[in-house]
Design a protein around this ligand. Structure first.
Ligand code: ZN
Length: 294
């Protein structure tokens, strides 16, 4: 059997600019953000890309993501036997309608982390997901490696994703997931400043189904999952610019019915992230900050 790999595309940055640029720019930005500056991104872009490339180590594991964004959610602690289903990279006319039909058959709810350009291209699919009661969340405008962007471009990607979703007819999301789980502490500061709660996952369907047959994959996922888990699957087959090759999600689509059957047989309620957060006593939207009302 082929070894399992963590979902996420390793980055191949190898440029090595002067280390001094990294120290000065990064510290200045984080200090400004910690002080509650109105705009975390102002003035920090100069030399940012070089600084990032000098220090860049892709966050391909949960531990690395947790170090980068300690306030992000990977799972919750709850006594309720429930898990959140999340789908990334849609809406996609090839796969999302089948996912919606599957969820309807199981009376399940999910959170769809949508790419902005896909939301604009497939408004009807997005509307169908929202109309069915599923949660719509932000997965950036066009799915870049955020940690390689300067803070201005990170902001544009995150806010551009929400604007596209709103322009496509859905409500502004308050949950956010970095593409491919690639992040760093600055992405976290930017997302927090823009009032998003960052949500990762603790079980990725493709981590298993891309490397083994559907049934053993589902068995392995079921062993990984527990109350409060957040499961990631992909309903989108187009994540980059128009013209890039499509990603075949047929293995995911074959496994999902088995997985949902299995989880429900094990007594799990299948819910969206907002419901899972509420069940754990957490605010479903962005974390509360000093000065927030209510
Ligand atoms: Zn993605």
């Amino acid at each position: 059997m082929a070894p399992l790999v963590t979902l996420g595309e390793p980055c191949c940055c190898s440029a090595a600019p002067p280390a001094s640029a990294s120290r000065i720019t990064r510290r200045a930005l984080l200090r400004r953000a910690a002080a509650g500056a109105a705009c975390v991104v102002a003035g920090a872009a100069g030399g940012w890309e070089l600084a990032q490339r000098a220090r860049h180590v892709p966050t391909l594991t949960e531990a690395a993501r947790l170090r980068a964004q300690p306030d992000a959610i990977f799972r919750v602690t709850t006594r309720h036997r429930m898990v959140a289903l999340t789908f990334d990279d849609g809406p996609d006319p090839t796969y999302t309608p089948d996912v919606l039909a599957l969820l309807a058959r199981h009376q399940a709810r999910a959170t769809f982390f949508c790419i902005g350009v896909n939301a604009l291209a497939h408004r009807d699919v997005l509307a169908a997901a929202a109309a069915a009661g599923h949660q719509i969340a932000n997965h950036t405008l066009d799915h870049p490696n955020l940690e390689l962007l300067d803070p201005l471009d990170q902001t544009a990607e995150i806010e551009g994703g929400s604007k596209a979703i709103v322009d496509a007819g859905s409500a502004r999301p308050d949950l956010f997931r970095p593409p491919m789980g690639l992040t760093d502490d600055v992405v976290g500061v930017v997302a927090d400043t823009l009032r998003y709660r960052t949500v990762f996952w603790d079980a990725c369907v493709e981590h298993f189904v891309d490397h083994m047959d559907a049934q053993p994959a589902v068995d392995a996922i079921a062993r990984r999952v527990g109350p409060g888990s957040i499961i990631l699957a992909h309903d989108g087959g187009h994540v980059f610019a128009a013209g890039s090759p499509a990603i075949d999600r047929s293995k995911t689509m074959r496994a999902l019915p088995l997985l949902l059957d299995r989880l429900q047989a094990e007594g799990y309620a299948l819910v969206d992230v907002a419901t899972l957060l509420s069940a754990a006593g957490l605010r479903p939207g962005p974390p509360r900050r000093v000065g927030d009302a209510g």
